[in-house]
Design a protein around this ligand. Structure first.
Ligand code: BES
Ligand code: MN
Ligand code: MN
Length: 463
């Protein structure tokens, strides 16, 4: 492959500006108020794929937001790479915590990104990382170096559970047929420590509702004599972990894949500084399941976390009241072999069983998905590894991530192919948080590395 760096250098300002334009559209899938923006983003992605050299691009309608499909088929005897990404973003709230408006991207230098980072909602998750693939395609087509077939499938509901994609994939198996799936929607250890994500956790997301008296009550007249739903809910939630931070739901750990000592020792070789980890979060101590390291806790172990909790009076001043209801949103991150629907059921049964008779409890399952692990002895992983070697000058480290892309296990089930997760974001990029950003260096490095994946994957498959 001809050196592509000169092409990148010549076009890098345009590459950056095109991404900035995409980031200006607030494609928040969770909030119906942004519906038109989400649809406009799909159109923008479609146009970008056409310009990058796809010979067929379409907006595929679904029961929800559309899926942008594009392809460039050069020879049916050559392998096909299917690129997946998402054009929707998380809500920007709490907006007052942003240093600059979330949909007015700016480039600022940071300690970790001395060459500048793009600050905007979606910069890293996933518009910036998805767009690296569009630009990588442009480079390969305009320098005459696309070595195989490519298909793009960019969805608009990843941040809300990929329901429409789960509908679309089984109905379009033929169209989506591929030899490997390539995704940039995860991270790496550091800019000088490249890594490839080999695992994602599964997810079960539920909402719980605790109802006590039929109306809000005076907390003096009734306090102490009737159940306070907020007291009860917090007590129930607290009981979901024991003193070792093990989850107490019966059966929760039954299917958890236990890693061997040897595998855990291998994992522990990845560079990691607990001091820096704590410093970056301004915490004096880490916290978690007894018997596991920080990196094990956030990757190979399942978790249960309250994501939001509400009820009662939270306005100015004091109001003496016992609320009639209390609510919480709870996520459980799952590891290989745990089935998300089974875990959701176990949660529901247990949570209802621990409720005192003085309240009623409702558990509403939201969404979920299975975890995923890629073995590293396949040509997809090897092609990715060689690509990083070429552009980073180092062999990447395989690393399991704590995050979830629930649709990946469905890809394997429906399309029978492995997914390679080439993420170029950093944990410090603040995805889902205020001031999300993506390093300009990371963006360009991703664009540079991806074409080498195509090259090596094609070579390894046709060997
Ligand atoms: N891109 C993230 C997942 C991710 C980020 C995985 C970093 C590994 C490293 C994705 O957009 C995401 O946010 N997924 C959600 C799940 C989804 C069902 C809302 C998550 O992990 O919370
Ligand atoms: Mn994402
Ligand atoms: Mn996300």
């Amino acid at each position: 492959m001809k050196n592509i760096k000169p092409y990148i250098n010549e076009h890098k300002d345009r590459f950056i500006n095109e991404l900035l334009d995409l980031l200006k559209i607030p494609s928040v899938s969770a909030d119906p108020a942004y519906k038109n923006d989400v649809l406009n983003t799909a159109e923008a992605v479609k146009t970008s794929l056409e310009k990058a050299g796809c010979n067929k691009v379409e907006i595929c309608e679904t029961p929800g937001y559309p899926i942008v499909y594009g392809e460039k088929i050069i020879d049916s005897n050559l392998p096909t790479v299917l690129v997946y990404g998402h054009y929707d973003v998380q809500p920007a709230d709490p907006i007052e915590l942003w240093d600059s408006p979330p949909y007015e991207p700016v480039i600022k230098k940071t300690d970790i990104h001395p060459e500048g980072a793009i600050f905007a909602r979606g910069a890293c998750d996933d518009k910036g990382q998805m767009y690296m693939h569009v630009k990588a395609l442009e480079i390969m087509t305009s320098t005459g170096q696309l070595p195989c077939n490519v298909k793009f499938m960019i969805e608009g509901e990843e941040e809300v559970g990929s329901e429409s994609l789960a509908w679309f994939v089984p109905r379009n198996r033929e169209k989506l047929a591929n030899d490997v799936i390539l995704i940039s929607d995860t991270g790496m250890i550091a800019n000088d420590i490249p890594s490839i994500t080999t695992g994602l956790r599964g997810l079960s997301y539920v909402e719980v509702e605790v109802t006590g008296p039929n109306r809000d009550l005076h907390s003096g007249l009734y306090g102490g004599a009737v159940a306070n739903p907020i007291n009860i809910l917090t007590k129930m939630i607290a009981s979901l972990h024991d003193e070792n931070n093990h989850i107490t739901i019966p059966g929760f750990y039954d299917k958890v894949e236990e890693l061997s000592r040897a595998e855990r020792d291998e994992m522990a070789k990845a560079p990691f500084s607990l001091e820096n980890y704590k410093k970056a979060l301004d915490i004096d101590e880490v916290y978690g399941e007894k018997g596991y390291t920080t990196n094990e806790r956030n990757s190979i172990r399942p978790t249960l976390d309250v994501n939001g909790i509400w009820g009662g009076y939270i306005g100015e001043g004091a109001k003496t009241v016992i609320a009639s209801q209390a609510f919480a949103k709870i996520s459980m991150r799952l590891v290989p072999n745990q089935d998300w629907e089974e875990i959701t059921e176990l949660f529901q049964k247990h949570f209802e069983s621990i409720a005192p008779k003085s309240v009623t409890v409702k558990v509403k399952p939201h969404h979920g998905g299975q975890g995923y692990v890629t073995p590293i002895d396949n040509i997809g992983y090897q092609a990715a590894s060689k690509a990083y070697e070429q552009t980073f000058g180092k062999t990447p480290i395989p690393q399991r991530s704590g995050g979830s892309i629930p649709i990946v296990s469905l890809f394997e089930q429906e399309l029978k192919s492995k997914t390679i997760l080439m993420g170029f974001g950093l944990n410090s990029d603040a995805i889902h948080s205020p001031n999300e950003h993506f390093g300009v260096w990371n963006y360009l490095k991703g664009i540079e590395t991806i074409p080498y994946f195509y090259k090596h994957f094609t070579e390894l498959s046709t060997k």
